[in-house]
Design a protein around this ligand. Structure first.
Ligand SMILES: Cc1cc2nc3c(=O)[nH]c(=O)nc-3n(C[C@H](O)[C@H](O)[C@H](O)COP(=O)(O)OP(=O)(O)OC[C@H]3O[C@@H](n4cnc5c(N)ncnc54)[C@H](O)[C@@H]3O)c2cc1C
Length: 320
């Protein structure tokens, strides 16, 4: 059976959920071979094996933390040459997409980014993408070289698929460009205790209708009742009500959760571009004509200052 390379996103050995989703998708295409780099790479093996990795290629070196992106591309290229895979799957983060683009260029292959589903096809994997601000769903296949595909978080339900997960040391020699961009400092983000926006299964967002930074705790309380991440429209972040890192949309983050709840957000095309692939969309808006209602699964026409606290209370009561 053909092997499929899966690039592992992990923090000191703790594998992030989008990688497990990639393994589930890779199992549809062939035998997943995981590539784990940097500190803690070997300790990723057991969880990768539980989710279908037949082999786990590891390489630990300080270069992965000390320099941006290129050392990882060098390593993934080494893995590509060692395995000759049928496809290479990478999580669709900003870093993942840069790694994918550089790898595709080096191996003269086509690339597809931001896939939301993958299936096996007679002539290679077929990727589903949501394009033009999610106005169209397309299916595409790479016609040249080994398909390099990045997949958005929350594109597949993680499935257990026990496999051997044999750890093998990958031999990597870094290119001259690997040390081109040095990391000169790191400041850990202050943890909110909430999930990462792009990976969260539920996102609760607030827009201009929230009417001030002092009211965002309402949105946070609803998010916390659901274990969700908090998002915001550009109008809300430009007004300084919420950090720019939480902006959802064309010039913000792209999210694709199981559930997206938009509060006081009109549904401008640039906002939709970042959330329209969410599985279930709920909106609370006092204007029945708001464009967001064109794309929702459930809509509440009402004042968010009435609706959101009641919703939060009801969820908290039901969750006990
Ligand atoms: C190049 C470009 C890129 C952009 N990128 C982004 C992006 O990444 N993300 C993004 O979000 N926008 C982006 N925008 C901006 C976008 O066009 C909209 O201006 C923005 O999304 C509007 O935010 P909003 O829905 O919060 O505000 P508004 O459009 O002002 O809508 C506020 C909504 O709140 C409702 N409301 C008001 N009070 C209440 C209440 N008490 N209860 C319930 N509902 C209430 C109103 O009925 C209204 O529908 C971009 C624009 C451009 C030109």
């Amino acid at each position: 059976m053909a092997e499929v390379l899966v690039y592992v996103d992990h923090v000191d050995g703790a594998v992030r959920k989008p990688t497990l989703e990639l393994l589930t998708l890779a199992c549809r295409l062939g035998e997943p071979v995981a590539v784990a780099l940097g500190a803690g790479a070997e300790s990723t093996a057991s969880v990768l094996a539980e989710h279908g990795a037949t082999r786990v290629l590891t390489h630990e070196a300080s270069e992965y933390a000390d320099y941006l992106v290129v050392p990882k591309v060098d390593a993934l290229q080494a893995a590509y040459q060692a395995v000759s895979p049928a496809a290479v799957l990478i999580p669709s983060s900003a870093e993942g997409k840069e790694i994918a683009a550089r790898l595709a260029l080096r191996i003269t292959s086509g690339i597809l980014t931001d896939a939301v589903d993958l299936e096996a096809g007679d002539e290679g994997p077929v990727a589903t993408q949501s394009v033009f601000a999610a106005s169209f769903t397309t299916k595409s296949r790479i016609a040249k070289g080994t398909p390099v595909i990045t997949v958005k978080p929350n594109s597949a339900a993680v499935e257990a698929a026990p496999a051997a997960g044999a750890v093998e040391a990958l031999t990597v020699s870094f290119s001259e460009q690997a040390s081109g961009t040095k990391v000169t400092g790191r400041t850990p983000r202050e943890s909110t205790g909430r999930p990462e926006l792009t990976e969260a299964a539920i996102v609760v967002s607030g827009g201009r209708g929230v009417n001030g930074a002092e009211n965002f705790p309402l949105i946070e309380a609803l998010a916390d009742s659901l274990g969700a991440a908090v998002g915001a429209s550009r109008a809300a972040v430009d007004a300084g009500w919420y950090p720019h890192t939480n902006q959802v949309g064309q010039t913000g983050k792209s999210v694709s959760p199981q559930l997206y709840i938009a509060n006081g957000i009109s549904g401008a095309i640039q906002h939709r571009a970042g959330m329209q692939t969410s599985k279930t969309i709920v909106a609370v808006n006092k204007d029945p004509e708001a464009p967001i209602f064109d794309l929702v699964d459930y809509g509440v026409v009402g004042d968010l200052f009435d609706v959101v606290p009641q919703l939060t209370e009801e969820i908290n009561t039901r969750r006990g």
